[in-house]
Write a protein that binds this ligand. Structure first.
Ligand SMILES: Cc1ncc(COP(=O)(O)O)c(C=O)c1O
Length: 481
């Protein structure tokens, strides 16, 4: 094993140091004894060079959107322009303290205020709170608003949230966390809402329906106005899971489709980082009648002065202070860089890229929904499955070709789902490389199935026991007490 393959604790050598703190002539502070360390911290003793080499090597073992193609359906992994980072890192933003008086943070509050307004305009909703920290967190906020709204109307029996069986797992999970009962309805074969199934579950107990549009199979809900009419007629509210907003950007607005509430995953649509579950942000937006329930705080403006205001019937704050400030600055920069006039190009390009890949591969892979798709589409395994090669094997083999695997086994409506979302940012050459890799893997599955079933062969670690990794994760280095 090379030294830099080891963990930082393993390369520790007694008394090796990276730097010395300058001795300052400061007076001593008496800390309370309960805050004092009983034993010396067992920190790795390493030189600066050890640290640089270690972390540089660790970073090279990772795969990210800046390393290679990342067609993770439903997760919208797009390039995060460097200007976003550059501006978010300006010291005027980076060194703000959340307890500073508002007079001293007017620039940041202006960004918040304008971002709230731009999100409203883009989604066709009346107002936004930037408080939640992720898409699923925004879902929870939206569901709490649904609950607060019905309770304010003394409508206490509305305790059911309806979700289609194609929904992302966070939808029923958020509804359950919020104390609702979840009723799942079967989708049509193309993943769209089955109107008869919806009608059969709507009742005076319906609190709301959660939907993504386009749905997780990449299909636009063509009956959305009917869905909206039915849910509202039954007294429920319509929740838009904004994870797939990228496909509609600048072309269609959830508010115009009848949605009352939405969250937007800024880390998907607005080019802010999304690796490893964050750092995220899930602003929640509402129609006029729900504005008073928004989570605190909301940034308001009067005579050019920006300030925080709590909503009248607010569900409260879901996170501390302003939400994820550095993510908002990045999303704001992205929106201004793009401009209103270019926003409408995003969705059509993402749709074009997805359709190009789909049509180039459908002779080899099962395409359960064989029609024009939106920003993503789903394959359901190999057409020739005689050798027993499954979606998991194909995904693992793709890693050997330097491609991040698409999302697999989601949506749950197909047994061998492989969901591909290239986004608008990829060149035709990159799409062609992916198509080439997929065709090669499909051929290998016939010619040498054992090799595909035991892939990957060229990655730093081979096939992992994913169940064990999830059930018994090792979260600390063995020698740390
Ligand atoms: C359709 C859909 N809804 C909700 C979420 C949850 O969003 P987040 O990961 O920001 O919590 C995701 C995440 O991938 C998603 O794809």
């Amino acid at each position: 094993m090379k030294a830099y393959d080891k963990l930082i604790f393993e390369i520790s050598e007694k008394d090796r140091i990276g730097y010395n703190l300058e001795k300052k002539n400061l007076s001593e502070v008496n800390l309370p004894t309960n805050l004092l360390r009983a034993q010396k911290a067992d920190l790795p003793e390493v030189s600066e060079f050890d640290v640089v080499r270690h972390y540089t090597n660790v970073s090279q073992k990772n795969f990210g959107v800046e390393t290679g193609f990342y067609p993770l359906g439903s997760c919208t992994m797009k390039y995060n322009p460097k200007i976003n980072d550059e501006l978010a890192g300006l010291s005027g933003f980076a060194s703000i303290h959340p307890l500073q008086p508002v007079e001293t943070v007017q620039g940041l509050l202006k960004i918040y205020h304008e971002t709230q307004k731009m999100l409203s305009e883009i989604s066709g909703l009346s107002a936004y709170s930037l408080n939640p920290f992720a898409g699923a967190h925004g879902e929870l906020a939206g569901l709490m608003i649904i609950k607060a709204y019905h309770q304010k109307n003394n409508d206490f029996k509305r305790n059911i949230i309806i979700v289609p069986d194609s929904a992302h797992g966070t939808n029923p999970a958020s509804a359950t966390v919020c104390g609702f009962d979840v009723v799942e309805i079967k989708s049509n074969p193309d993943g769209t809402v089955n109107i008869e199934a919806l009608k059969s579950v709507l009742s005076e107990e319906t609190a709301g329906l959660m939907l993504t549009n386009p749905n997780t199979a990449g299909v636009f809900e063509k009956d959305i106005l009917e869905v909206s009419r039915l849910v509202h007629e039954a007294g429920g509210l319509l929740y838009y899971d904004g994870a797939n907003l990228n496909a509609l950007l600048g072309k269609a607005k959830p508010g115009d489709m009848g949605f009352d509430i939405t969250h937007i995953n800024l880390h998907k649509t607005f080019s802010t980082p999304h690796g490893g579950g964050g750092p995220g942000s899930g602003p929640v937006g509402v129609c006029e009648k729900l504005v008073d329930f928004l989570p605190n705080p909301i940034v308001k403006e009067k005579d050019g002065f920006f300030y925080f205001e709590d909503s009248k019937d607010s569900i409260g704050a879901l996170g501390q202070f302003y939400g994820n400030a550095s993510v908002y600055i990045r999303a704001y920069v992205y929106l201004l860089t793009l401009g209103k006039e270019n926003l409408g190009d995003i969705g059509p390009l993402a749709v074009l890229n997805a359709n190009y890949i789909k049509d180039s591969l459908k002779d080899l892979f099962v395409l359960p929904i064989d029609r024009h798709c939106m920003h993503e589409f789903v394959f359901d395994g190999l057409k020739d499955d005689s050798t027993g090669v499954k979606t998991l094997d194909l995904a693992k083999r793709l890693l050997d070709y330097g491609v991040h695997a698409p999302t697999i086994y989601f949506p749950l409506i197909f047994s061998q789902s492989m969901m591909v979302e290239p986004t608008e940012v990829e060149s035709k050459e990159t799409l062609d490389e992916f198509i080439h890799a997929m065709r090669k893997v499909a051929k290998e599955a016939i010619e040498d199935p054992e090799m595909v079933k035991t892939a990957p062969h060229h990655t730093i670690v081979r096939r992992l026991d994913e169940v064990k990794a999830a059930r018994t994760p090792i979260l600390k280095f063995k020698d740390i007490k």
